[in-house]
Design a binder for this molecule. Structure first.
Ligand code: SD4
Length: 299
C-alpha cells in the first residue's frame, strides 16, 4: 500500500509527484521532500505559493518556514523565517539528517543552508511582492504533504511563506511538531493549514494522530479536532483551519472550518476544504476532493 495526501487543490501537483516517486520505489522521506520542492520551485505552481514566489513579510522579504517529520524515527527537521532560499523544504530535510538539532531559524538557518551547498538568491528572484494579490480568509498558501511508502513508513512535510505582510521573524503553526504536521508509523500522520497564530495553541496535527490512534477514522479525527476547537472558543471567533490525515493503513480524510475556500492559483472557489489524494490500492489517480465544513454555524 502506498498513498499520498496534500492540503489544497494546488497540492495535486505534490500528490502527482509523490505517486511517481513512491511507485518507482522511493521512500516516503524522499517522496515528501521532492513533492514539496517541486511546488516550491516550479514556475507554474511556485508563483504565489510556497518557496519561490511566496508572500513577503512587512519589510518586503520572503521568509519561509518548512518542516519534515519521519514517522519511523520520529525525527523532526525544520527551518523557520529562512530568507534567500527557493526550496526551504530541502533545507529542512538536511536539518533532519545532517544536523544535531531539529529546528534552525533566521540567520542561523541560512548559514546552515549555505554550509549544505544551497545558494542564497536575490530577493527580487524569490518573492511575490510585485503581485497585486491580497490574502483573504479561505485564501491561503500552506502546502502540507503526507506520504506512505510500501514499507509502511509515513512522513509529513510542510512548506509555507506564512502570512503575507507578517512581522519579520513571525512563525505560525506550520513548521511546529504537532502544529502544522505530525507523523507516527504506529498510527498515521496529519497536517494542517489556516490561520497559524490561532491554530498553534491547539496542536491539531498531534491531536488528529492521537485520535486515529484511539480508533477514529482520519475523517472523524480531523472533524473531531475542529469541533473541539469550536466548542472551546466563542463561535464568532472560529478561524480558518483545514486538516488532512492519512492512517498507516492508507485511509485518508480531511476536515475544514470554513464553508468556502478559494484556490490561490486558479481563483476557483470550493464549497468546502479542497485537498488532494492518491492511494495505490484503490487505484485512484491523484484527485482533488472537497470536504464540506464540519461546523454547523455559518463561517
Ligand atoms: C501560517 N498556517 O503561517 C500558515 C498559513 C497557512 O495557508 O496555512 N496558509 O500561519
Amino acid at each position: 500500500m502506498k498513498a499520498s495526501v496534500a492540503t489544497w487543490s494546488f497540492g495535486l501537483k505534490a500528490v502527482q509527484k509523490s505517486k511517481e516517486n513512491l511507485c518507482s520505489g522511493k521512500l516516503s522521506l524522499d517522496a515528501t521532500e521532492y513533492a514539496l520542492a517541486r511546488v516550491e520551485n516550479d514556475v507554474s505552481t511556485g508563483v504565489y505559493i510556497v518557496g519561490r514566489g511566496g508572500f513577503p513579510n512587512a519589510d518586503g522579504f520572503l521568509e519561509c518556514d518548512a518542516a519534515l517529520m519521519d514517522g519511523n524515527s520520529l525525527k523532526f527537521g525544520a527551518v523557520m523565517a529562512l530568507r534567500g532560499i527557493a526550496t526551504p523544504s530541502r533545507v529542512a530535510r538536511r536539518v533532519l539528517e545532517n544536523s544535531p538539532h531539529s529546528i534552525l531559524v533566521g540567520e542561523g538557518a541560512q548559514q546552515f543552508a549555505l554550509s549544505q551547498g544551497f545558494t542564497v538568491e536575490k530577493e527580487e528572484d524569490l518573492n511575490a511582492s510585485s503581485s497585486e494579490f491580497v490574502m483573504t480568509s479561505g485564501h491561503s498558501d500552506t502546502l502540507g504533504v503526507i506520504n506512505l511508502d510500501a514499507s509502511g513508513n509515513i512522513v509529513a512535510g510542510v512548506s509555507t511563506s506564512g502570512m503575507p505582510g507578517k512581522h519579520p521573524g513571525r512563525v505560525g503553526d506550520s513548521p511546529l511538531p504537532g502544529g502544522g504536521l505530525y507523523a507516527d508509523d504506529r498510527i498515521g500522520a496529519a497536517s494542517c493549514t489556516g490561520d497559524g497564530d490561532q491554530i498553534l495553541p491547539f496542536c491539531p496535527s498531534l491531536k488528529a494522530v492521537l485520535k486515529m490512534g484511539q480508533g477514529m477514522t482520519p475523517n472523524a479525527a480531523c472533524e473531531s479536532v475542529i469541533k473541539e476547537i469550536a466548542e472551546r472558543i466563542f463561535p464568532k471567533e472560529m478561524f480558518e483551519i483545514g486538516i488532512v490525515a492519512l492512517s498507516v493503513e492508507g485511509e485518508y480524510g480531511a476536515a475544514g472550518s470554513l464553508k468556502r475556500w478559494r484556490d490561490i492559483i486558479t481563483g476557483t472557489e470550493y464549497k468546502g476544504f479542497p485537498y488532494a489524494v492518491w492511494n495505490s490500492d484503490h487505484c485512484i489517480e491523484p484527485t482533488i476532493k472537497v470536504v464540506h465544513s464540519c461546523l454547523s454555524t455559518e463561517q
